[in-house]
Design a protein around this ligand. Structure first.
Ligand SMILES: Cc1cc2nc3c(=O)[nH]c(=O)nc-3n(C[C@H](O)[C@H](O)[C@H](O)COP(=O)(O)OP(=O)(O)OC[C@H]3O[C@@H](n4cnc5c(N)ncnc54)[C@H](O)[C@@H]3O)c2cc1C
Length: 468
């Protein structure tokens, strides 16, 4: 039986590990942190708060054929509970509020009712987005002879390959409010729609419209924990606090409890960036792609259930009234399982850069975090009057926090910057430098829960094809 070592226990590594161990491979997963999951995890705070590190909404849970394939194979639907917010998202702009409903036709109709003069543009927008998304789904099941017909079958991909979101939207409409709404929720991927790939926008939006977004009841660690349990139940090992610092074609060396351990292996899967991976092998690698931005998050524990105070409201609230847009996720709007019913949890999140934080000394860093908290609380207070009085705890996580805990370059959670130049390359799961090395995670397809899970599936299928 082939032995596989996985470096890193994020969603990509866990998915590949769970699928391979269920298929009879002997799997060892090494995670440097004291908990698996990478960005897909939770932490606990006094007062009964389970704090969700990142997940607002995952797309494709019940609609993406590749996610369904993974979840069916691993019995995820029976073991992890998914909760769908009532609406897709809510936006606050200088023009007012808008609620985007779940469902493609619903979204289209509500937009056409609001923007009566833009009906053709809205129809055309949805037509393009769906045609691109359908192409990507076909691409993942491409047969060799279809490559010959690529220009015909995949014409929408070719047409929009080099286009940014701004370019396409500007071509469709001059209505600034409509443009803002159409791209509102994709703001984590890139700080500006002027350099955001329209292909990525189309794939993500189409998936969210068609299937809605879902939260994982109890927090995203439930999914990570379940995937880890599959590896263990099938005879594999999941070792936390195991920092890999060296690798050769047939061995991986890590520190564990102050010991240096070398494990021999037949296959290596890396859930970390290609740059950091080749450093382990002492192989030079010139990273030509730009890394995506990072994220700052402010976590709030509320001593009340916000829904009981402010009523039925938006779950994902995108706020664009400032020069820097942000999202407030109000987990009280769903049965999140993060707190008891008398309390609730929420978070503010926005794009940021590691370079804004990593040059500060400790005192400056602390002070900047405090100022940030205060300024965002004021902003929040204008949408949720008196919200300050319900805060039991608050905590700021910066790009430096992500870089510290997850060890990604630039503290990113979204792999390579999804610009029109960088997005859409056929996923590189297999290394071109080392024949038994594979990649999974945010640097393969794109960042996000579903792309990271799918990278695990592609990796699994490649290994099964080659070694079984
Ligand atoms: C605040 C925030 C909000 C988000 N919101 C959403 C959302 O709403 N929807 C969505 O779809 N996605 C969201 N994401 C993105 C999503 O969480 C990530 O893209 C995805 O989880 C990345 O998975 P991954 O497989 O790349 O693993 P990663 O999460 O990158 O994990 C890699 C793992 O490798 C480990 N590691 C690193 N170096 C070593 C080493 N040398 N040895 C051993 N282990 C090592 C790390 O500790 C880590 O556990 C969000 C992320 C954040 C941070």
């Amino acid at each position: 039986m082939k032995h596989i070592t996985i470096i890193g226990g994020g969603l990509g590594g866990l998915t590949a590990g769970a699928l391979l161990s269920k298929d009879g491979f002997s799997v060892t997963l090494l995670e440097q942190h004291n908990i698996i999951g990478g960005c897909a995890t939770t932490f606990q705070r006094k007062g009964g708060f389970t704090c969700e590190v990142g997940l607002h909404e995952m797309d494709g849970v019940f609609t993406n054929p590749n996610i369904i394939k993974i979840f069916d194979k691993l019995d995820v639907y029976k073991n992890v509970e998914f909760k769908k917010p009532q609406e897709f998202f809510k936006v606050h702009t200088k023009y007012g509020e808008f609620v985007m409903p779940n469902g493609l036709e619903n979204g289209k109709n509500v937009l056409k009712e609001k923007f009566v003069n833009e009906r053709d543009a809205i129809d055309e927008y949805f037509r393009i987005v769906v045609s691109i998304s359908n192409c990507f789904l076909r691409l993942s099941n491409l047969k060799w002879h279809q490559y010959l017909l690529f220009p015909f079958i995949f014409y929408p991909i070719i047409k929009y390959k080099n286009k940014t979101v701004s370019e396409v939207l500007n071509n469709l409409t001059q209505n600034e409010e409509l443009k803002l709404i159409l791209n509102a929720n994709v703001q984590y991927y890139n700080d500006t729609s002027d350099t955001l790939s329209f292909l990525l926008h189309a794939v993500a939006q189409s998936s969210y419209y068609q299937g809605g977004g879902h939260f994982i009841k109890g927090g995203s660690y439930k999914l990570s924990e379940y995937l880890g349990s599959i590896i263990k139940n099938n005879g594999g090992e999941v070792i936390t606090k195991a920092m890999v610092f060296e690798a050769t074609k047939n061995s991986v060396t890590y520190t564990y409890k102050n010991e240096k351990i070398t494990k021999s292996t037949d296959i290596i899967i890396s859930n970390i960036s290609p740059y950091d991976t080749y450093k382990l092998f002492d192989i030079s690698y010139n990273e030509v792609k730009q890394i995506a931005n990072s994220i700052t998050t402010i976590y709030f524990g509320f001593n009340q259930n916000l829904k009981s105070i402010y009523g039925q409201n938006g779950y994902s609230n995108f706020i664009f009234t400032d020069e820097k847009p942000f999202v407030f996720v109000d987990y009280s709007q769903i049965d999140s399982g993060l707190t008891g019913s008398d309390k609730s949890f929420g978070s503010i999140c926005f794009c940021d850069e590691l370079s804004n934080w990593d040059k500060l000394d400790e005192a400056e860093y602390r002070q900047k975090k405090e100022q940030l908290l205060e300024s965002y609380l004021c902003k929040l207070n204008s949408y949720y009057p008196n919200i300050k009085q319900y805060i039991e705890f608050s905590e700021v996580s910066t790009p430096k926090t992500i870089a510290h805990y997850i060890k990604t370059p630039n503290g990113t959670a979204y792999g390579y910057k999804p610009t029109q130049k960088q997005f859409f390359k056929i996923p590189k799961v297999k290394s071109h430098k080392i024949d038994n090395l594979y990649f999974v995670g945010q640097f393969v397809i794109a960042g996000g829960f579903s792309p990271s899970l799918m990278s695990g599936l592609i990796c699994y299928e490649n290994i099964v094809k080659e070694y079984k």
